[in-house]
Design a protein around this ligand. Structure first.
Ligand SMILES: *[C@@H]1O[C@H](CO)[C@@H](O)[C@H](O)[C@H]1NC(C)=O
Ligand SMILES: *[C@@H]1O[C@H](CO)[C@@H](O)[C@H](O)[C@H]1NC(C)=O
Ligand SMILES: *[C@@H]1O[C@H](CO)[C@@H](O)[C@H](O)[C@H]1NC(C)=O
Ligand SMILES: *[C@@H]1O[C@H](CO)[C@@H](O)[C@H](O)[C@H]1NC(C)=O
Ligand SMILES: *[C@@H]1O[C@H](CO)[C@@H](O)[C@H](O)[C@H]1NC(C)=O
Ligand SMILES: *[C@@H]1O[C@H](CO)[C@@H](O)[C@H](O)[C@H]1NC(C)=O
Length: 558
């Protein structure tokens, strides 16, 4: 009934538009029904009104830039990422900008972050409703709010098409010996990788472009030799070319720099490729809004031997940056990299494997809701020490990777985030071990392909992987937390091979929470779910190690 009614509404609207000779391209995939029904017919307000209608009020400031060169990528959910070109540094602050789309509709530019490879500023603009209706979608122009308000609009009707995130070279960096490129849309199916011979790396454009052969093509990671740098002047963009009759060059927002970027290396780290790395063990993780739990995770793992942490930040909007700054001031070593590309957890891990190699001998890949410990060996220890984690790694020159199994903890009757920390708050778990495991990888042993699937790397033939027994080491995974926490976390899935839990497809996936539907609505009895075994082994340890004799607070509590 409802469906028929909406169809009728749709039909009459469509007829109306045809009658009005509207040249409108409807695409089922991109314009939703509700979009259409609720926003038509378009009122045509005074130019002044719609010009600034999507701009939020903001104090104006003087920005002198007159034209800002940028490229723009259409992300899921109509977000547009606008990346400022390296040759046009911004001169003002970060809050005086807006996007102008081809029909002159505008939206605020929200600072997104700094892309790692070239120190380029990126903004998000939400595509205004009107701009969604007409194809092709062109890249918006980035302008200052003051220019827009004074109606000095940039030309946007002839710009290039918006780049789609589904086919894109999104990042690149140089190692001592070659160039690593990260690309979406070329190897799309798990386990199916097109041979390197089907691609070439292209540095720069037009007649001056330099090409080199691709030596590796796995997942989203491609490698090729450096170009002869004398043939290039200044920074150039870099992309992949699909070798066939048409030689399509994949759209790219990546740049090439001839020298390996040393951003991660502070003045105290001077290990070159031939010297041994300055840290024995580092940890790498993909994060989104973890400010609340970071202190506990970093304190704990640092005390048992992680020397340095690499966080790949997927556009957090909590106070992550401030918490990281504070922890670094206290002597922890945490580096954050802006990493927002959809479903690129594996690529981020590959990035860390080569980027971290000059600094770290071993890299542990675990999440911020996971804590490693040795149930037997550590139970009597009065205090943590920095050899503990390293001592879990079996001795032997051929050990390239160790994996550790996970227990999944339930809400343990918590209704809100436990202030004393997750290791104390969650003590009830499922009986069976999960199939997932987490690993500690010898970076020297990682294959040239940088291939990894779900926290596990492909390693060179001369090395082997070992799984530790659950007596020796275990990961406590605080997966099903108090409902408000779980709800926010599961709105975001990070892996390329993991389904979105709100998607009704693939209902049997291992990644689903059993008994949970597809809606972010608290299931009945959530607080007691997944509680089959009481397990307070880690709670006992952290209480002993990080509790206080003079107060009831843990060291990580403010
Ligand atoms: C990066 O860019 C920002 C803003 O464009 C600038 O202030 C900063 O100095 C740059 N840093 C480096 C290392 O180039
Ligand atoms: C956008 O604004 C500019 C300058 O005000 C004007 O020249 C142009 O015709 C407008 N374009 C559209 C599609 O309204
Ligand atoms: C790289 O930049 C050149 C201009 O310098 C341009 O012609 C070319 O299209 C760009 N390539 C990509 C993949 O964006
Ligand atoms: C070359 O490859 C591109 C991308 O896969 C494809 O769109 C195009 O049709 C191919 N051209 C030929 C001539 O095979
Ligand atoms: C941070 O790194 C330095 C060496 O670069 C090291 O001496 C120090 O112990 C590290 N701090 C922590 C808390 O791990
Ligand atoms: C980042 O978050 C977005 C939005 O929830 C998600 O689509 C994307 O897959 C995430 N990417 C990574 C690398 O975690």
């Amino acid at each position: 009934m409802h469906r028929r009614l909406s169809a009728a509404v749709l039909f009459s609207l469509a007829a109306l538009f045809l009658f009005a000779c509207f040249s409108l391209h409807l695409s089922r995939s991109s314009i939703s029904h509700s979009d259409l029904v609720s926003h038509y017919p378009i009122p045509s307000p005074a130019a002044d009104h719609h010009l600034i209608s999507e701009l939020q009020p903001l104090p104006l400031r003087h920005v002198t830039t007159s034209s800002i060169s940028s490229v723009a990528v259409l992300l899921p959910a109509w977000e547009v990422l606008v990346i400022v070109s390296p040759e046009t540094p911004l001169s003002g602050g970060l809050d005086g900008y807006a996007c102008v789309f081809k029909d002159n509709s505008t939206s605020d530019a929200r600072f997104a972050g700094i892309l790692p490879s070239m120190n380029r500023t990126a903004f998000y603009c939400t595509m205004p409703r009107r701009a969604k209706r007409r194809r092709p979608f062109l890249q918006p122009a980035l302008s200052t709010r003051s220019r827009i308000i004074s109606k000095d609009l940039p030309e946007t009707t002839a710009g290039p098409e918006l780049i789609r995130w589904t086919l894109l070279v999104y990042e690149s960096f140089s190692t001592e010996t070659d160039v690593v490129l990260f690309a979406k849309g070329l190897n799309n199916r798990p386990g199916v990788n097109r041979p390197p011979s089907e691609f070439r790396c292209v540095f720069g454009g037009g007649d001056n472009a330099v090409r080199t052969a691709v030596t590796s093509s796995f997942q989203e990671v491609f490698r090729c030799p450096h170009p002869d740098s004398t043939a290039l002047n200044g920074p150039v963009n870099v992309s992949l070319e699909i070798v066939n009759k048409t030689n399509l060059v994949v759209p790219s927002v990546a740049y090439y720099t001839a020298t390996p970027k040393r951003r991660w290396i502070s003045s105290s780290d001077n290990a070159g490729p031939t010297q041994s790395p300055s840290h024995e063990l580092c940890a790498c993780t993909m994060v989104y809004n973890v400010a609340k739990v970071l202190r506990e995770w970093v304190t704990y793992h640092s005390q048992i031997g992680v020397d340095r942490f690499f966080l790949y930040d997927n556009d957090s909007d909590d106070d992550l940056e401030e918490v990281v700054r504070q922890l670094n001031r206290e002597g922890f070593n945490i580096t954050t990299t802006f990493w927002i590309w959809p479903k690129t957890q594996e690529a981020g891990f590959s990035h860390a494997a080569v980027y971290g190699k000059a600094l770290c001998k071993w890299m542990m890949y675990i999440d911020v809701d996971e804590f490693v410990f040795a149930p037997n060996a550590w139970s009597e220890a009065l205090a943590p020490d920095r050899h503990m984690l390293k001592s879990l790694i079996p001795k032997g020159p051929d050990i390239g990777q160790v994996s550790i199994q996970c227990n999944e903890f339930g809400p343990s009757n918590q209704r809100t985030h436990p202030l004393e920390g997750v290791t104390l708050g969650y003590t009830c778990r499922r009986r069976l071990l999960r199939l997932r495991h987490k690993s500690i990888v010898l970076l020297e042993a990682v294959e040239h392909s940088l291939l990894n699937v779900i926290h596990h790397f492909e390693i060179k033939k001369e090395f082997r992987s070992m799984q530790l027994s659950t007596e020796d080491a275990i990961v406590n995974h605080y997966k099903y937390q108090a409902w408000p926490e779980f709800r926010t976390k599961f709105r975001r899935r990070v892996s390329a091979y993991v389904v979105d839990w709100t998607d009704a497809l693939n209902p049997m996936s291992n990644d689903r929470a059993p008994g949970l539907g597809f809606q972010p609505v608290e299931p009945k009895g959530w607080a007691d779910m997944f509680c089959e075994v009481r397990d307070d082994r880690l709670k006992m340890l952290t209480k002993k190690w990080f509790g206080s004799s003079t107060s009831s607070k843990m060291v990580w509590q403010s």
